[in-house]
Design a protein around this ligand. Sequence first.
Ligand SMILES: Nc1ncnc2c1ncn2[C@@H]1O[C@H](COP(=O)(O)OP(=O)(O)OP(=O)(O)O)[C@@H](O)[C@H]1O
Length: 257
Amino acid sequence: MEPIIRTENLSIQFGGHRAVDGVNFQMQAKHFKSIIGPNGAGKTTFFNLLSGELKPTEGEIFLKGESLADDSSIERTRKGLGRSFQITNVFPNLTVLENVRLAVQSREKVRFNFYKHYLQYKSITNEAVEILGQVLLDNKVNAVASQLSHGEKRKLEIAMLLALNTEILLLDEPTAGMSLEEVPAILEVIRSIKEQGDKTILLIEHKMDMILDLSDSIMVLFNGKLLADGTPSEIMDNETVQNAYLGGLYDEQLIKP
Ligand SMILES: Nc1ncnc2c1ncn2[C@@H]1O[C@H](COP(=O)(O)OP(=O)(O)OP(=O)(O)O)[C@@H](O)[C@H]1O
């Protein structure tokens, strides 16, 4: 079966440093893959290449067999490759609901016109409310975005990504900067998206327990290179991965030996 997304020799060079170096990767539709690797391994740069924020020095990305070389970030989103909004894309003075409604609206390209689009406007609101339920923000619908806790802001980012309704979701460290108490809620949100079964999800995370809980497969980046790609147990048992990365994690006590 044709992978939904694949890369061929994907590389980018910053000065003398190859941050992503000849990566050949592929994913089948509806698969859940996590990307791990030490700080500076190239994970976020790899996402930036997939989403179109960076152009590769070499190599290509194919979505359903079609090269994305000439497509901007917006075009890639339109074609089904969605990346979680950073909080900078959120309007801080609008409510949570208004932010998600705008994201749904941007997908639908509907401009609000009270008479003509009343029914459409209502259905957009209903969809936004439903998405907020899915990310466990239904109790914050009318809160102003800037007043949310860090964890709630990350949920809002996921809600805005879901509003775009892309087939592929790129989630870049959704638990970054969260307190330990906030992590289980995000895990639950991501698990519920996975369990709905219609999305292909690529997740960058450092929290190994979360990765092992969610992933169908794990790929390991190290110095920009794809070191390994396999099932969670294959990756955990992989000696090269142990030496290059997991050993360091044990030291940091991020996972239990
Ligand atoms: N725009 C840029 N210009 C120059 N160097 C860059 C740029 N973006 C990333 N790099 C370098 O590329 C390397 C990979 O960075 P990247 O942020 O992708 O790593 P990462 O695996 O996501 O790390 P972390 O886990 O800390 O987020 C780093 O050495 C970084 O300094």
